[in-house]
Design a protein. Structure first.
Ligand SMILES: [Zn+2]
Length: 198
């Protein structure tokens, strides 16, 4: 993408191009959209970014997005069933399917020796603290069916099982390598309903 040599416009394009999945061309289109739109629209956009950044944090219990200490799911649902996922967007994907009524635990990553991500680098210790409270009857491992997701699921299973808690893995209705967020609602519902004990 050629620079326009208008410093502020190039800067805006550059910022948009940092967004995941946004290339230079799309970034330029976004930047033009902003500069050719109304002042109110631009202010609303900028304000929404700052407001979200200021108010959204992670739930102290499960690691999901929250605007307070505890997220809305942890406030309402108990610790009886905990569904373990990689990222907050996986919680959104499963919630959208409206079939799961338990709590979640967001790992904020998966174990990946090649990228130097060890168990201590993701929120496994936090999960174990929840389990140690003794209220949990089942842990559902819902990390993606890729190499890292499987390795992470098996590692967590080995930690949780000694507590005598039922550990299940979501069914492989999801094709290997499928990211949870891209699975449709029917597939996700079935993957959870057909979970297998590990
Ligand atoms: Zn929570």
């Amino acid at each position: 993408m050629d620079e326009t040599n208008i410093k502020s416009l190039d800067r805006l394009t550059n910022e948009f191009s940092r967004l995941p999945g946004v290339g230079k061309k799309t970034a330029a289109r976004y930047a033009y959209f902003i500069v050719t739109g109304s002042k109110e629209q631009a202010e609303g956009f900028a304000d929404a970014i700052l407001e979200a950044k200021k108010s959204v944090r992670f739930c102290k219990n499960c690691g999901n997005f929250s605007d307070g200490d505890l997220c809305n799911i942890c406030k309402k649902r108990g610790e009886k069933t905990i569904c373990v996922v990689k990222e907050p967007k996986d919680v959104l994907a499963i919630e959208k399917a409206h079939s799961y009524t338990g709590s979640y635990h967001v790992l904020h990553g998966t174990i990946n020796p090649l990228a130097n991500i060890a168990p201590k680098d993701i929120k496994i210790a936090e999960l174990m603290q929840r389990i140690a409270k003794g209220q949990t009857e089942e842990v559902i491992l819902a990390t993606s069916p890729d190499v890292e997701g499987e390795a992470t699921a098996m590692y967590i299973a080995s930690l949780v099982k000694p507590y005598g808690i039922k550990v299940t893995r979501i069914a492989q209705g999801l094709a290997a390598g499928t990211q949870l967020e891209f699975a449709d609602e029917v597939t996700l519902t079935r993957a959870i309903a057909d979970r297998k004990e590990v």
